[in-house]
Ligand binder design. Structure first.
Ligand SMILES: [Cu+2]
Length: 654
């Protein structure tokens, strides 16, 4: 630990890449080693489990399903989450449905995570971007048909899953298809108590078809359909009855053999999400509320890649139109009569258009300079503005904002060392809830939240740096970033207004703090002890403060992960220990209490074999082997996490 601590402290004066691309499966043909969407410990993972293996992602968990990804310890309002560059917006006012819940691990090829303003290519952001990249098989592979099937069972919550995907690669025509189903019961915590309302059921299917229109051009159609049914959120006062998403796109790609412009890829897209919550399964609720939500988005994303000598550039045009609607209908317990109706999202339209550019110059073989920037226009319209007028009389029905962004970085590689240093500046517009939300109940601090259409843009000033060393057996990497955020948006208690929900204790309005600051640090070490025995360690630290020196909520305390991996012929075994230290810097103002330290021990073993050209792997393992009872700093309402979980899985590749 001391070794780690030393590293993270020295990391402050060093630097490196602040972005990380997690390759889930080979995207380029030259990449011989197939990396897949799997973690060190587990080969069959959910998208959430895969994302959690990235050191700059943490999660707010409201149960076993659809974790909310925090990038650089910032909530989803501050990052852009896209699917192949497409903007998709959840339809739940309670954040039950982050975008990551609408894909499945067997239709993704990679997840591209960019930190801070480097992520501004996909639209305005503060924390960075998470782009979920779908599988897209290249034309003319030697092996025309490829497929995989995964199945598994996890004992703690009786999770059973079946995932299948298949692809065809012809010279003119390509198809990718996937289908999956997961079902899970309630899980049990470390005291072997059942955590009620933690079940889930998810069905996901996707199809992609591409046709080569000439030697250098192709058209592609893509669709994802996802249904989640009867999903429990033990940390919330209500569950999900049904959520459905249809995500579609059509794109045209043109390659150029000569000249400055090398690729132009233009896509139009449409996605629709519907979300129906259900609180009738909770007998403790005296009054029932139906809270359905809808989110519909049309958009265009067009990108061009430029290259000339040592200069390369990416230009991206993003445009979308989103309509977010959420209703609140209250019934007495016998449901005979509706007593109240309100729009918690009063038909809010968001239109965005932005042009982004990232330029890179290779000054020499050793050093590279990157300069990027974007300018976006964000327009909001609230159809039923009278709901917003209750707390903000006379607030404008329409609002237009300009969202500029700039970033610069320098990378240097000298022998076995690498360094980077960068800076960024960017604006973001308030989210639909922050700007126009009406009585959105937050069960964490038990306040109803009210949006403010007049909120100022959040403005981020950012610095980042990294340093690393790589030798044949040892690799060390340290990263640090710091954000100074003007007009930081957060909920503050309002003296006017009374709570609508009988569980809530008051009303909070989204307001801007003068500023807030955030520091993130991480250190990674990997060492090959023997040819087939590898050790890895990660340490992360973050600190977030408001303008009065108070703590920001949901900031991860000092955390660590250490793992050992051993291979012998077709046999592999791996074990890891991870945990958080005590959350000293918690925020009572935002409903947090002190979360104790915990440590979790995991172990797994796998065996690979081939039958009739089918490459197969079986795996068995245990998470939380010692059945520790714990909850983390970001477990909504301190719900306990899963106790010991034995998992088994089988994967076939053909
Ligand atoms: Cu919901």
């Amino acid at each position: 630990m001391l070794f780690f601590l030393g590293l993270s402290v020295t990391a402050q004066n060093q630097h490196a890449h602040h972005d990380s691309i997690k390759n889930l499966e080979e995207v380029t043909v030259k990449n011989a080693t197939k990396k897949k969407i799997e973690t060190e410990m587990k080969m069959a993972v959910s998208v959430d489990e895969f994302l959690s293996s990235s050191e700059n992602i943490s999660f707010i968990k409201r149960g076993a399903y659809a974790w909310e990804p925090l990038l650089n310890n910032m909530s989803t309002e501050r990052s852009t989450v896209t699917i192949d560059g497409m903007h998709v917006f959840g339809a739940c006012t309670d954040k039950m449905d982050p975008i990551t819940s609408y894909v499945e691990s067997n239709n993704l090829a990679a997840i591209d995570i960019k930190s801070g303003q480097e992520g501004s290519l996909h639209g305005s952001t503060i924390a960075g971007s998470i782009d979920l990249k779908r599988k897209s098989t290249p034309f003319g592979l030697q092996k025309k048909w490829n497929g995989a099937y995964q199945t598994g069972f996890e004992f703690n919550n009786k999770q059973f899953f079946n995932l299948g995907n298949i692809s065809y690669s012809g010279t003119k025509f390509v198809a990718d298809g996937s289908i999956s189903y997961r079902t899970a019961d309630n899980y049990s915590d470390g005291n072997n108590n059942e955590v009620k309302h933690s079940q889930y059921n998810k069905f996901n299917t996707s199809l992609g078809l591409a046709y080569k229109t000439s030697d250098l051009s192709s058209v592609r159609l893509d669709a994802i359909f996802d249904v989640a049914k009867d999903v429990g959120y033990p940390a919330l006062p209500m569950d999900l009855w049904l959520s459905r998403a249809l995500i579609t796109s059509a794109s045209y790609k043109q390659l150029f053999e000569e000249g400055l412009v090398r690729v132009v890829d233009t896509k139009i897209y449409f996605n629709a999400i519907e979300h129906y919550m259900d609180d009738t399964t909770r007998p403790e609720n005296l009054v029932h509320m139906d809270m359905p939500g809808w989110s519909t988005t049309y958009g265009l994303v067009s990108k061009a890649n430029l290259r000339k000598n040592n200069y390369s550039s990416e230009i991206q045009l993003n445009a979308y139109d989103n309509l977010s609607i959420a209703e609140m209908r209250m019934y007495p317990q016998d449901r005979s009569e509706r007593t109240m109706f309100a729009y918690s999202w009063p038909w809010v339209t968001t239109r965005f258009a932005g042009l982004s550019m990232n330029n890179s110059w290779e000054l020499s073989e050793k050093s590279t300079v990157n300069l990027g920037g974007s300018l976006g226009v964000n327009y909001n319209y609230s159809k039923y503005i009278e709901f917003n007028w209750i707390f903000h009389p006379g607030a404008p029905q329409e609002k237009t904002r300009f969202l500029p962004s700039l970033n610069a970085s320098y990378q240097l590689n000298v022998d076995q060392f690498n360094f980077s240093v960068g800076t960024g500046y960017g604006h973001r517009a308030p989210s639909v809830s922050e700007g126009y939300g009406y009585y959105i109940y937050n069960s964490f601090d038990r306040y109803d939240y009210i949006g403010d259409p007049n909120l100022k843009n959040e403005i981020s000033y950012e610095g980042n740096a990294s340093a690393g060393f790589t030798s044949e057996r040892l690799s060390i990497q340290g990263k640090i970033n710091y954000f100074y955020i003007d007009n930081y948006i957060i909920g503050k208690i309002l003296s006017l207004g009374s709570p609508m929900n009988y569980q809530s204790v008051g009303v909070k309005g989204y307001t801007s703090l003068d500023y807030a600051t955030l520091l993130n640090m991480s250190a990674n070490v990997s060492y090959d002890i023997l040819e087939h025995l590898h050790w890895k360690g990660t340490l992360t630290y973050a600190r977030g403060m408001d303008n009065k020196g108070g703590n920001l909520p949901f900031i991860r305390p000092l955390s660590y992960l250490t793992s050992l991996h051993y291979m012998y012929k077709n046999f592999g075994i791996q074990t890891s220990v991870n945990g958080d230290f005590e959350q000293i810097n918690y925020s009572p103002e935002y409903g947090e209490d002190l979360t104790a330290a915990y440590a979790i021990w995991n172990i797994s073993a796998n065996y690979s074999f081939t039958i009739n050209k089918v490459r197969s792997t079986i795996q068995i393992g245990a998470e939380n082997l010692l059945n520790e009872y714990y909850s983390t700093y970001a477990d909504w309402g301190n719900i306990p996490r899963m106790g010991r979980n034995i998992f088994t899985s089988l994967k076939l590749n053909f």
